[in-house]
Design a protein around this ligand. Structure first.
Ligand SMILES: [Zn+2]
Length: 287
């Protein structure tokens, strides 16, 4: 609630300001109230130099990130892929274990049926009538069919187990290969991180130090523009009469204004903060 009020107040102030100086083409979002006066503490040129230095520092950090490139993403992808394959492997192994058990059960059934057949055959020697003979013969026949059924199940089960074993072997091989890939990528990433760690840390510390010297509203604008910019550039020099961010031509009058360092000027096409190349050079010398 309090924040909203503040924002509203700021906007009102800004629009008033824009009317006063009659420069509607300048995006007022980044123009601070004191942007048109060489304020006692910091001149616009100083602010632009500070912003340029911050930009240069962030560009260096971005460069380090570019060195790492797709590696962090590739490592993550490989880890996910391996995890998925290991789950599949576990299921296949469980299925095989179950089926081996099922085959053993069928083998035990055959054993039992054979024993029964033996018993019935013994009894056949002592039958008293045709009915008894027929019953025993039917029982023997039935057990024979049971044996055939079990044999069929064993054959099918064994084939399935064999196929699954082949899939397990292939999967294990693939997992092994992915692990080698993963290790190589992890090592590479760790190496790059190790090499750039100190540099990145000191750049981040430098960025924090520079941010402290920039007024909050300007810093907020800088961050917002940077986040929206594809190349991470929020502050750009004018290069051959064009914006160094989007390469659109800058009108001559605006270039003159820019050279005066009287106010903060943004590109009317991309919204980036434009800086006189001389100031960028000065900022670079400072860094
Ligand atoms: Zn531009």
């Amino acid at each position: 609630m309090a924040k909203e009020t503040t924002t509203k107040k700021t906007t009102t102030k800004k629009s008033t300001k824009a009317k006063e100086v009659a420069t509607p083409e300048v995006a007022t979002t980044v123009a601070s109230p004191e942007a048109n006066v060489s304020s006692a503490d910091r001149t616009v040129a100083d602010k632009l130099i500070a912003l340029s230095r911050l930009q240069e520092t962030f560009t260096k950090i971005d460069h380090i990130k570019t060195l790492r490139g797709e590696l962090p993403l590739e490592v993550q992808d490989l880890e996910d892929e391996i995890e998925g394959m290991e789950t599949r492997l576990k299921h296949l192994e469980e299925d095989n274990k179950r089926q081996v058990q099922a085959v053993a059960t069928e083998k035990a059934k055959i054993q039992k049926a054979e024993e029964r057949i033996e018993e019935y055959k013994e009894q056949l020697n002592n039958v008293k009538n045709n009915r008894e003979y027929d019953n025993l013969s039917k029982e023997i026949e039935f057990q024979g069919l049971e044996i055939e059924l079990s044999q069929k199940r064993i054959a099918e089960g064994t084939t399935e187990i064999q196929h699954r074993k082949e899939r397990i072997a292939t999967l294990k091989e693939t997992i092994g290969e992915r692990r080698v890939d993963l290790e190589a990528k992890q090592e590479e990433l760790a190496r790059i991180k190790g090499e750039t760690k100190q540099e990145e840390e000191s750049l981040r510390a430098e960025a924090i130090r520079l941010e402290e010297g920039i007024e909050e509203r300007l810093l907020h604008a800088f961050t917002r523009i940077r986040e929206g910019a594809r190349n991470g550039l929020a502050v750009v020099p004018i290069d051959r009469d064009a914006c160094g961010g989007c390469f659109n031509k800058i009108p001559p009058q605006r270039q003159v204004d820019l050279k005066l360092h009287k106010k903060i000027i943004v590109c009317e096409y991309c919204g980036r903060i434009l800086v006189d190349p001389e100031l960028v050079e000065e900022a670079h010398q400072h860094n």
